[in-house]
Design a protein around this ligand. Structure first.
Ligand code: UGA
Length: 458
């Protein structure tokens, strides 16, 4: 099928690349001229595993191309995927102006029937507004529109694998034609008949993905409800960690056993610095506002958000407690991205930690396998080193803020010998406390206390 992608952010790029990978003819546009220039010349503006390889192959075979011409993009596709950003407004609500703008352009440029698919994360009932905008602004050159919601559940860092091996594909539709076309688009994935760049030469056995056909409203809500639930789960695990820390229990042991109950599940119970990124923090806020508008007091989400913000305060408290005076100390930071395997630093907890330590007068050195350039643009005063051992050299403390595999497997003896003071504060519980202490480190983390529990005041 001929597919148009509007918006070449992370979701649009992964969607476009994967749809071309499974055999569709894809044309992509974005109003960021520089981004399109990079893509058209063979570059990739973000780091996401496997994306570069897929785009290279798709470009070579002519299945994908990039243009700044919005009208052409609209006219080319039988299906148009709207993948533009919906950033938070000051109120926390999602800013839908880009969606509206795209709807107007689709309406005025279309000359044939189109399936218009909402891929961006949007509040429930946006699809209804989208339908209205398409009708109101249509110049009616034979264009008929079918609207669908098809939320994405991609995780940064594993997005290509998530797209090609989803546990579920949700399609919110209101007519048979839209459902038929979306089934056709996803047919290779549903039937497991595509070349998989993640698991070449052969994929391990995967359960066939479920295709869920819902109303448009439900599909939109599924996305917000899912991300908010994940956020709740993380905040819950973080509070369990605090209790463990005070009572001498180990959060890893507790959450591991909890996760073995299939009603709870093992994922998203890792305690630490809390959730960041451009999805969970903004989606939870948008969902709180949406619930308010619906007259539902979703206080538990507000609480999850508050607990999440508090993680940074708690961590900085650990840093101050360990260092006594922060001013003029050399602090090494390992990990800047909001999670491993991405260069995304949006709402990354590390950014707030850098800001606060810098304002307290610390001298910072930092390393991250992918996110240093983006961080440098915000914090040019920090000394960046690709080599994590250079970050350790002469430092009074080393902070582990993102659980990159490369940091987990450092030669810790070498790190210890390089540091001015062998102090490690592991905000992601990625190293083994007993081993680190045995190596001679002063060490702290979340919810995995030393053998003797701290006294509890009555
Ligand atoms: C999230 C969802 O997981 C995806 O399903 C969804 O499609 C995506 O948002 C989106 O809306 O586009 P993502 O933002 O890539 O994906 O990252 P997650 O893997 O969800 O991690 C979010 C944050 O939670 C990270 O900062 C991570 O470090 C933190 N986290 C995650 C924890 O602190 N503990 C955990 O146990 C898991």
């Amino acid at each position: 099928m001929r597919i148009s992608i509007i918006g070449c952010g992370y979701v649009g790029l992964v969607t476009g690349a994967c749809l071309s990978e499974i055999g569709h003819e894809v044309i992509c546009t974005d109003n960021d001229v520089k981004k399109i220039a990079v893509l058209a010349e063979g570059g990739v503006p973000i780091y996401e595993q496997h994306l570069e390889a897929i785009l290279k192959e798709s470009r070579r075979s002519g299945r994908i191309r990039f243009t700044t011409d919005m009208a052409e993009t609209v006219r080319q596709g039988d299906a148009i995927f709207i993948c533009v950003g919906t950033p938070p407004l000051e109120t926390g609500e999602a800013d839908l102006s880009a969606i509206e703008n795209v709807a107007r352009q689709i309406a005025s440029e279309s000359r044939s029937p189109k399936l218009v698919v909402e891929k961006s994360t949007v509040p429930v009932q946006t699809g209804q507004q989208l339908k209205r905008a398409l009708t109101v602004y249509s110049r009616n050159h034979g264009a008929r529109f079918h609207v669908a919601s098809n939320p994405e559940f991609l995780r940064e860092g594993t997005a290509v694998g998530d797209f090609l091996h989803p546990d579920r594909i949700v399609i919110g539709v209101e007519d048979e034609e839209a459902e038929k076309q979306l089934r056709e688009i996803y047919r290779p994935i549903l039937d497991g008949k595509f070349h998989c760049p993640v698991h070449a030469p052969k994929c391990p056995p995967h359960p066939a993905p479920s295709l869920l056909v819902t109303t448009i409203n439900s599909a939109e809500l599924i996305k917000h409800a899912s991300n908010s639930f994940l956020a709740l789960k993380i905040s819950y695990a973080n509070l369990i960690a605090d209790v463990c820390e005070r009572m001498g229990a180990n959060v890893e042991e507790v959450t591991r056993a909890m996760g073995m109950d299939p009603r709870i599940g093992p994922q998203f119970l890792n305690a630490g610095l809390g959730f960041g990124g451009f999805c969970l923090p903004k989606d939870i806020q948008a969902f709180i506002r949406l619930a308010e508008r619906a007259g539902v007091d979703f206080a538990m989400l507000r609480e999850a958000e508050r607990i999440n913000k508090q993680r940074i305060d708690f961590f900085l408290e650990k840093v101050r407690r360990a260092l006594w005076v922060v001013k003029d100390k050399q602090i090494g930071v390992l990990g800047l991205a909001f999670k491993p395997n991405t260069d995304d630093i949006r709402f990354a907890p590390a950014m707030e930690i850098l800001r606060r330590l810098q304002s307290e007068g610390a001298h910072l050195r930092a390393s991250d396998p992918e996110a240093m350039e983006k961080t440098r643009a915000i914090y040019p005063q920090i000394a960046y080193h690709r080599d994590p051992y250079e970050v350790a050299r002469g430092s009074d403390a080393l902070l582990l803020l993102t659980e990159w595999e490369e940091f987990r497997t450092l030669d810790w003896e070498r790190v210890r010998n390089l540091m001015a003071r062998p102090l490690v504060l592991d905000a992601r519980n990625m190293t083994n406390p007993a081993q680190m202490r045995a190596l001679g480190f002063e060490y702290d983390c979340f919810g995995r206390p030393q053998l003797s529990p701290a006294p509890v005041s009555q």
